[in-house]
Design a protein around this ligand. Structure first.
Ligand code: ATP
Length: 214
């Protein structure tokens, strides 16, 4: 059975941590590809993305250019708000057919919210969720989920967790460094860095302008 990794996020901007954990997950899971799924708006975060959809999409394309393991899906950008993961999973299952098995990658920092996701129980039964550790965060602990999700769902999550390299990079840190005039060249790819500089993204003077076309 072909295994496909789904990796959703705001990618605001995409950073080397996203790419490194994706590649490690490909190895651990034995997947044939990773589909990066930029979110239109995260119902799990209060803050909206600071870059436009077209910029986040362009940076994702630059970050994985030439690497056949990656695909980028605008599926959530094309959907109205709010956008739910279960709809994304169901649409992709229809597209790829029953011969594929899906693994949704999730950093441990998002684990606390998972039981509150729309139709969480159904989502967890329809798709594997691979929780990854993350630099700067505690190891995954599933015990808080007791009573919030079924024992089967919790057991499945425990079994599917994967060890990925601990990389202490976040998009928040990148945005902060840009505002402070600090270097980000080691945490984003050279092409993404040039794009950020050319379009003056994330600087204090940067206005959200342009359009949401990509
Ligand atoms: P922000 O700082 O804006 O919250 P982020 O760096 O967490 O952004 P997202 O695009 O929100 O990046 O993350 C998408 C997914 O990737 C989430 O599941 C998140 O937990 C995971 N992730 C992001 N960075 C890392 C990392 N360094 N190690 C492991 N997982 C990560």
């Amino acid at each position: 059975m072909e295994k496909i990794i789904l990796f959703g996020g705001t990618f605001d901007p995409v950073h080397n941590g996203h790419i490194a954990v994706s590649l490690a997950a490909v190895e651990k899971i034995g997947a044939s590809k990773v589909i990066l799924i930029p979110a239109r708006r995260s119902p799990h975060k209060h803050q909206k993305p600071l870059a436009m959809d077209n910029d986040r999409m362009a940076m994702l394309k630059l970050a994985v250019a030439g690497n056949a393991l990656f695909e980028i899906s605008p599926i959530e950008l094309n959907r109205g708000e709010p956008s739910y993961t279960i709809d994304t999973v169901r649409q992709l299952k229809q597209k790829f057919g029953k011969a594929c098995e899906f693994y949704w990658l999730l950093g441990v920092d998002m684990l606390g919210d998972l039981p509150k996701w729309y139709k969480a129980e159904e989502l967890l039964s329809e798709c594997n969720f691979s929780v990854m550790n993350r630099g700067g965060f505690e190891k995954p602990d599933f015990s808080f989920m007791t009573g919030k999700l079924s024992p089967e769902a919790i057991d499945k999550l425990r079994k599917n967790q994967i060890q990925t390299p601990l990389i202490d990079i976040s998009s928040t840190e990148i945005r902060r460094r840009i505002v402070d005039g600090q270097d980000i060249s080691e945490i984003v790819s050279a092409a993404v860095l040039s794009y950020i500089q050319k379009h003056k993204l994330y600087t204090l003077g940067h206005q959200l302008s342009g359009n949401d076309e990509f």
